[in-house]
Design a protein around this ligand. Structure first.
Ligand code: UT7
Length: 315
C-alpha cells in the first residue's frame, strides 16, 4: 500500500513543566534534561472520539477521498470512555463510512501493527482503501500525584489513509511479555459470584526497564527490517521514532550511527501520546514538506506488553 493522506488533532490545553511543578514535587530542570519534554497537550473538555473523527476527516481530505470509498477502518487505542462499542465503529459513523472496522490495542506500537494489518489485508486481496486512526488519552491513565509517570504523557489523535501502491517495503514486529513493567488495572462490574480481589491501579511503570527495552527493541527492529530489505541506515532519509523520551531517541541515533537531523521530533511540546505519536509526527513532517518522493522512511515504536515494531516506507 501507500500512504495517501494524513491528519492529526491535539487537545487545545497546553500544560508546561512549570505548571506541573505548581502541584507536584518536580521541575522543568528535572523533566526537560531527563525526557526532552517541555510541555504537552492534555484533554480537558474534548472527547477522544471527536478528536479521532476530526483526524480521520483531515486524512481523508488530504487523500482527496470520500469516506464511502473506504474498505476498512483500523483504530489503535489503549483506553477511552467507551468499553463498547469500539472506537473504530464510532469513527465509522462520525465520518459517514460504511465499511467494516476493528480496534487494536498494541499500546504505543499500535500504528506499526495497524499498518501491518492493513498491508496484510491488502495483500490478501480483501481491501483497497484503509483508514488508520490512532487515538489516545494516556493522561487519563496516569496518577497525577505520581511525578514518575504523569509528566511524560500528552494526548492526541493521528490518522493515515492507505491506498493501493508499493511504498510499504517491509516490517519487523516483536513481542516479549513483561506484564510487570508497564501496566494498568481496572475493576469491572461486581457480580454475585466474584470472589477474587480486584482493584483500580493507575498506570505503573518501571522506567529504567522500559528505557532499556525500548532502545534494544527499536534498534533491533530497525536493523532487522533494513537488513531484510537490503537498505543500509545511511540510505534512510528519515527515522520517525516513538516520542517517549528524547534520550531514547538519541541512544538509537548513536546505535545506528546516524545524524540527529534524520530524526524529526515533536516530543518537546507534545510529550508521549502513545500510539498517536508516530502518525502525528508523520502528519507534521509531511505538512512541513520534509518528505520528497522516493525518500526512505523508517517508523519505529515500542510499548507496554512489551511490543515493538518498525516499518520501512518509500515516500
Ligand atoms: O511509551 C513507553 C512509555 N515509557 C517510557 O518510554 C519510559 C522510559 N523511561 C524513561 O523515560 C525514564 O526512565 C524516566 C524519564 C521515566 C525516568 O528517568 P530516570 O533517569 O530513569 O530516573 P529514575 O526513575 O531513576 O529516578 C531518578 C530520581 C528518583 O529519585 P531518587 O529515588 O533517586 O531520590 C525519582 O524519584 O528522580 C526522581 N524523579 C523525579 N524527580 C523530579 C522521578 N520522576 C521525577 C520527576 N521530577 N518528574
Amino acid at each position: 500500500m501507500k500512504i495517501s493522506g494524513t491528519g492529526s488533532v491535539l487537545p487545545k490545553k497546553v500544560v508546561t513543566n512549570d505548571m506541573l511543578s505548581e502541584f507536584l514535587d518536580t521541575s522543568d530542570a528535572w523533566i526537560y534534561p531527563r525526557t526532552g519534554v517541555k510541555s504537552r497537550h492534555v484533554i480537558s473538555d474534548e472527547r477522544l472520539e471527536e478528536m479521532a473523527i476530526e483526524a480521520a476527516r483531515k486524512a481523508l481530505e488530504d487523500a482527496s477521498m470520500q469516506a464511502s470509498e473506504l474498505d476498512f477502518i483500523i483504530c489503535s487505542n489503549v483506553v477511552n470512555e467507551y468499553i463498547t462499542p469500539q472506537l473504530s465503529c464510532i469513527i465509522q459513523g462520525g465520518i459517514g463510512a460504511n465499511c467494516p472496522c476493528i480496534d487494536i490495542n498494541c499500546a504505543c506500537a499500535g500504528f506499526i501493527y495497524a499498518l501491518h494489518l492493513a498491508e496484510s489485508f491488502y495483500k490478501a486481496g480483501s481491501v483497497k482503501n484503509v483508514l488508520i486512526v490512532c487515538a489516545e488519552e494516556p493522561t487519563r491513565m496516569t496518577d497525577w500525584t505520581d511525578r514518575r509517570t504523569c509528566v511524560l504523557f500528552g494526548d492526541g489523535a493521528g490518522a493515515a489513509v492507505l491506498t493501493p501502491g508499493d511504498n510499504i517495503k517491509g516490517f519487523s514486529l516483536s513481542a516479549a511479555s513483561a506484564t510487570d513493567k508497564l501496566y494498568q488495572y481496572r475493576t469491572l462490574q461486581p457480580t454475585p459470584y466474584i470472589t477474587k480481589q480486584e482493584q483500580d491501579v493507575p498506570l505503573q511503570m518501571k522506567g529504567q526497564d522500559v528505557f532499556k527495552f525500548a532502545v534494544k527493541a527499536s534498534s533491533s527492529d530497525i536493523t532487522k527490517v533494513l537488513r531484510e530489505q537490503g537498505v543500509s541506515p545511511d540510505e534512510v532519509d528519515h527515522f520517525l521514532l516513538h516520542q517517549a523520551n528524547l534520550r531514547i531517541i538519541q541512544t538509537i541515533e548513536s546505535f545506528l550511527e546516524q545524524p540527529a537531523y534524520k530524526f524529526p521530533v515533536n516530543i518537546e511540546d507534545h510529550g508521549n501520546s502513545s500510539s498517536s505519536c508516530c502518525p502525528i509526527l508523520l502528519d507534521e513532517c509531511r505538512r512541513q514538506g520534509r518528505f520528497k518522493p522516493g525518500d526512505k522512511i523508517v517508523i519505529s515504536a515500542f510499548g507496554a506488553g512489551f511490543v515493538s515494531g518498525a516499518v520501512l516506507l518509500e515516500w
